[in-house]
Structures are given as C-alpha cells and as structure tokens.
Design a protein around this ligand. Structure first.
Ligand code: SAH
Length: 360
C-alpha cells in the first residue's frame, strides 16, 4: 500500500485483510482517536477464537535461578542488585517441580532464569530427563543469550521452544536499557541462531520502558512482521526500586492490550501469552489480555519459597490464579469470559489464511 493510498483508509480493515500496513496506518492502530480499543480487541478476539478455539493453553513457568551475569537496567535480578538473595535450584528440586506440574496436567514446562552459564550442562540433563520420563511434555527454555553451541546442546537434549524477547527493535533504545557490551545485534543473532536450530522462537517487548516512543513501537511491529516469531510475549514495563530505572513510571495496560491485538491480527497462528506483568498491573489483566487476543497463560510452578526472590519488578504476581496450585481459580477466572483451560502441549501450528473467515 502506498502512502497516498493509505490516507483515509480504515487501518483495522486493512490489517484484518492481511495487508502490510505502512507506519502511518500502524500508528493509527495505536491511537484511540482512529480505532477504539473495543473494535480492535473484538477483531483480535474473533480471530483467536476462530483459529485457536475456546481453550487457553497453560504452560508451567519454573524459575530455575535468579543468578545472572547481566546488568539489564530494568531487571530486578540484575547482577548489580546486592539486595537479592540468590538461589539456583538443583536437578532434583527442578524435577520434583516438573513431576508435580505434570501430575496437575501441564504438558509444557518453561524453564526461565538469569544467565548463569555454569548451569548449561545441568539444563541439558534436565531437558533430557523431562522429555524422556514425562511423556508428551514439551520443554521451553528462557535462559537468555548463549553461544550457538549451547543452544544446540539444549535442542539436541529435547528442548523445542525458546523465549528471548528482543525487548526493543531500536538499536539506540536497546543500548539505553542495557549495559555497555549488550547490543540489539547480538540479541538478533541469538534469535537467528535459535531459529536455524529448529526451535519455535518467542520474542517480544516491554511496553512503556523508559525512553520508548512511537517510533520504537513501530520498529517493534515491523520487526515482528518480518521475523514472524512462533510466540510473542508483550508486557508492560514495571519499575523495580533497586534498579537504575526504578523511578520511572510503569507502562500502559491499554497500550499493551492494543499491541496484543495488533500482533494477533498480524500473526494469527502465534502463541501469545497474557503475561504476568499484565496481571500484576491490573487485577483483571489476564482476562483482558485474553479478550484482546492472547491464547496462553503461564502459571508459576516454582517452589513457593523462592518465588519472592525472582522479583523482576515490584509486586510480581505469583499467587492465586498466577500459580500452579491456583488452577481452579484460573479455571473460574477463564469461565467468566466463556473460556476454559487447554492442557494440550500447544505446539505452534501454522494455519493457512483461508482456514478461517473473519466476520467484521
Ligand atoms: N534472562 C532471561 C529471562 C529474563 S526475564 C532473558 O534475558 O531472556 C523475562 C522477561 O521479563 C524479560 O525478557 C523482560 O522483558 C521482562 N522483564 C524484566 N524486567 C522487567 C520489568 N522491570 N518490567 C517488566 N518486564 C520485565
């Protein structure tokens, strides 16, 4: 679509038709003056129901360590934060959590943690143990930037998915959120590496991180459209007082919901979680995320005694329906919006564009 043709067009109709929108129209999708939040969410939710059905996939989130060599300026478990009590679960503790989650019905374990390279071989052993002793269980890893060889070792051990948010697709903004030495280029190389190894790759960004402007968000959307990740995690930035960005305001829930809807319409088959950060900022954040087009939730399956130590930001939700032991609460919560828990593995399935029809 040329700029000339796009003036006066309804950006939502164009997006629904699968057109590649120029920045001007993308920007209008983020602006309530042009597109109401209700219209956007309704279109995304209709599409989610048509493609993914009524079930919301659950993934058990296991926070294996808060030890991290990095100093990301937004993150509560950054290396420079001396007020954190550091832990690293051992193989036995991790397997106990996995077996318990499996018993509750989970068929995806997401192992997340800080960048703690000495655990690399242990992670491979655990992935192998999960996939060989818990039939039908998928393993997703979210352990940051690692050399290709390490990603390869984990993939060979049986991990099939990897979450590594790009955080922001603007080089300048990326550098302002990270210490010297961490670059967007390295992050993008890691994402390419993961893709080349056959992982289902998840990326995404924080909404409202300090310094983020409309141009950053438009770069994020362009990057996502071009990379076509199998999973996309989008959550609001939430300040952590013991970080250099602790005095900035939190990101907007409404903008986060808009972005979930836009990305759903851009990538109908993607697995998109209603994130913990969204549920932390708004009491009904999880439900609103699903009504905006998310189809995944990730309850916490970490041992209760370490959950407070994995504080990426203030007030992080890890109890109630955000916790594995709260599955009944989660089911009730989803029931309020006519949805139910889907315990299947939920691998990425590409859908042909003609396999659904959208009623607008
Ligand atoms: N070490 C892993 C896991 C990081 S935590 C990695 O680097 O991928 C997972 C995600 O939490 C991060 O990608 C980031 O987007 C998000 N996060 C970290 N600090 C946050 C904060 N203060 N507010 C909101 N989200 C945050």
């Amino acid at each position: 679509m040329t700029l000339h043709h796009s003036i006066g067009r309804d950006p939502l109709e164009a997006l629904i038709k699968g057109e590649t929108l120029p920045d001007l129209l993308m920007a209008r999708l983020l602006d309530p003056i042009y597109v109401s939040a209700e219209r956007l969410a309704e279109a995304a939710s209709d599409l989610t129901l048509a493609i993914h059905g009524n079930g919301v996939l659950v993934r058990g989130l296991l926070e294996i360590t808060n030890i991290c060599r990095n100093g990301c300026l937004y993150c509560g478990i950054r290396a420079g934060n001396n007020s954190v009590s550091r832990y690293c679960l051992d193989q036995q503790q991790i397997m106990d959590c996995c077996r318990e989650a499996y018993g509750l019905g989970f068929r995806t374990i997401v192992m997340q943690g800080g960048e703690h390279p000495t655990t690399d071989p242990m992670v491979a052993d655990i992935v192998d143990q999960i996939t060989s002793t818990l039939p039908g269980c998928a393993v997703t890893l979210s352990l940051g930037e690692r050399p290709h060889k390490v990603y390869e070792m984990w993939r060979e051990a049986g991990a099939s998915r990897y979450l590594l948010r790009h955080e922001t697709a603007s080089h300048y903004h990326y550098s302002s959120l990270h210490p010297t030495g961490m670059t967007l280029l390295t992050r993008l190389k890691c994402l390419e590496s993961l893709r080349s190894l056959g992982y289902q790759v998840g990326t995404g960004m924080m909404v409202g991180s300090p310094g983020q402007d409309l141009r950053c968000l438009l770069s994020d959307l362009r990057f996502i459209r071009q990379f076509r990740p199998e999973m996309v995690g989008i959550g609001p930035f939430i300040p952590h007082p013991a970080t250099p960005l602790g005095h900035y305001p939190a990101g907007s829930v409404d903008t986060t919901l808009r972005l979930i809807s836009i990305i759903r319409l851009m990538l109908p088959s993607a697995n998109i979680p209603a994130t913990t950060a969204l549920a932390t900022l708004a009491p009904d954040g999880r439900r609103r995320g699903i009504l905006a087009g998310a189809n995944v939730v990730m309850p916490n399956i970490s041992p209760a005694r370490v959950r407070a130590d994995y504080a990426l930001y203030s007030g992080k939700a890890c109890l109630g329906a955000e916790a594995a032991e709260g599955l009944a609460l989660l089911a009730d919560d989803l029931n309020l919006i006519g949805r139910s828990i889907d315990f299947s593995r939920g691998d990425f399935k590409p859908h042909a564009p003609q396999s659904f029809t959208h009623q607008s």
